[in-house]
Design a protein around this ligand. Structure first.
Ligand SMILES: Nc1ncnc2c1ncn2[C@@H]1O[C@H](COP(=O)(O)OP(=O)(O)OP(=O)(O)O)[C@@H](O)[C@H]1O
Length: 257
């Protein structure tokens, strides 16, 4: 589904990736872990085509098997939720319009989107499904962080995407909101769809995620089955601090050792 081969990418003057290779197949569920500045958000921006890699021989970035991607097509196949999207969102847009804007790949409705009756019905159904009934006319900026995150998830789901990509999905959420969001993500995975999350918190790696990639200074330093990668030794080395990791019923937690 996602294939980066020898990709070099910059954020302004900073070279974040120097010949990075990574392959994520259809239906895979992957967590990408790494310290601040490792390149997690940059990687997601490359996938969402907010950022383009350096054009060089032997290098390619293919999505769904294609190096050239139609953005409309991409948005209907992959739902993206990120903190940046939350920050950038037009504050006065109603909750219903936030979801509807997903059909148009827009940030906010700006009063000119003309959704079909089916699109409005689908958006309303998603608001109910994601636990936001009755919030239809509330302005985005008046919602709590947890409600905003659910709303952006609803927006990401309008096209029934094959994959969801989430940048630090529970950051800023309280414990109840986090657990609620994680259980929504678990039901999305239940339908056999792909998921990629970036995170700093191993306790948000839901049991359905089976592969973990460790990123450090723009390089993949470990990649494999969750049980092999989420070990005390590997995470201590990644974060350069003494960490202990334990697992229970498919959930992981970490503490300072
Ligand atoms: N807009 C930008 N302009 C310049 N440099 C940037 C920009 N965004 C990111 N960078 C740099 O790119 C590198 C990778 O940043 P990135 O945000 O991808 O890391 P990250 O792993 O997502 O970090 P965090 O966990 O803090 O969100 C860092 O060195 C960062 O300083």
């Amino acid at each position: 589904m996602i294939e980066l081969k020898q990709v070099t990418a910059y954020q302004q003057q900073t070279r974040v990736f120097d010949r990075l290779s990574l392959h994520i197949g259809y239906h895979e569920r992957v967590a990408i872990l790494g310290p601040n500045g490792a390149g997690k958000s940059t990687l997601l921006k490359l996938i969402s085509r907010e950022l383009y890699p350096v054009d060089q021989p032997d290098s390619s970035l293919k999505l769904f098997g294609n190096a050239t991607v139609n953005l409309w097509d991409l948005r209907s196949k992959i739902g993206f939720v990120s903190h940046d999207l939350q920050e950038d969102y037009t504050p006065y847009t109603s909750a219903l319009d936030v979801v509807i804007s997903g059909f148009f790949g827009a940030i906010g409705a700006h009063g000119h989107l003309q959704p079909s009756a089916e699109q409005v019905d689908r958006a309303r159904a998603l608001l109910v499904e994601l636990g936001l009934p009755g919030d239809e006319q509330r302005m985005f900026q008046r919602l709590s962080t947890g409600q905003k995150r659910r709303l952006l998830l609803a927006r990401a789901l309008v096209h029934q995407p094959q994959a969801l990509i989430l940048d630090e999905p529970t950051s800023g959420l309280d414990m109840g909101a986090s657990l609620g969001l994680l259980s929504l993500l678990r039901s999305f995975c239940g339908a056999g769809r792909a998921m990629i999350i970036t995170t700093h918190h191993i306790d948000e790696i839901i049991p359905e995620i089976d592969r973990v990639v460790l990123l450090s200074q723009g390089q993949v330093i470990a990649d494999g089955p969750k049980a092999e990668i989420l070990t005390s030794a590997r995470l201590s080395a990644l974060y350069q601090t003494d960490l202990q990791v334990s697992e229970q019923n498919g959930w992981y937690r970490c503490w300072h050792g």
